[in-house]
Design a protein around this ligand. Sequence first.
Ligand code: PSU
Ligand code: MN
Length: 302
Amino acid sequence: MPELSPAVQDALNNGRPVVALESTIISHGLPRPGNLAAARSFEALLTEAGVTPATIAVIDGVPKAGLGPADLERIATDESVIKVSSRDLGLAIAAGRTAGTTVAATSVLAARAGIRVFATGGLGGVHRGFAGTMDESADLTVLSRTPVTVVSAGVKSILDIPATLERLETLGVAVAGYRTNRFPAFYLTDSGEDLDWRVDSAEEIAAAMAARDELGETSALLIANPLPPERQLDPALHARVLADALAAAESAGIRGKAVTPYLLEQMQRATEGASVAVNLVVARGNIALAGQIATAWSARQR
Ligand code: PSU
Ligand code: MN
């Protein structure tokens, strides 16, 4: 559990680098039809770097790490694919469903498979207006008890970032900026929030992973990897469209797991696709760094 593809099985057996990739970004985060090409390009980035990609999803009730071409296409194109967090996994498996896995669900399956490094675009977190809705992503609580290294461009800028950082601290999730002391904000390079820890190389991150193992640490290590400033969404445009998206979600009464996909889609529409282009740059940068970390980790095990 989960079922490993032959390539993932072989790489794990031989101590070669593997990176887990989430699939909700494919099924619910990026718009069709470009999402399929994006999913393929995420895997190719790793393969070209000598790292085995393990895209994680649930296919007809079978949790899988490493998808074949038909499974990847299904996740990207089939309208009946649902979004599952870790709490949903058992129910989705028993019901034979096909699902994209969030950061929370992907982390749980990656950890079960023995995959140490995982890449996403931007983590979930505490939503703005939390006091009224109590909407906080299970990504945070699951990472508090799942020993994976997650590479993410901070958390999505649609969220309450200072509150999310406070929760990460309370929950015992380790956070370090990659070549920065500032927490990134997904579409934006800098959230304005300071970080206590900065790491500058994949080897340094692998060393921290080893030290955390020695301690018996069971929480996640979050590596916050910012966009280059010249690639970020224009901050003025971002502020304007985000305000509109939040207002639209409020008046449409969007709740629960629909909130994040709804807000991302509103941003896509309002920026005429610019936010999608930035989302792809974010995801690719994180996947490339995750590949370097997995490579440094596997070299340490020899
Ligand atoms: N990163 C992206 N796009 C996404 C997500 C992350 O670039 O769509 C997904 C992840 O799967 C993350 C989820 O776990 O959004 C958060 O959803 P929620 O807020 O409902 O927990
Ligand atoms: Mn939520």
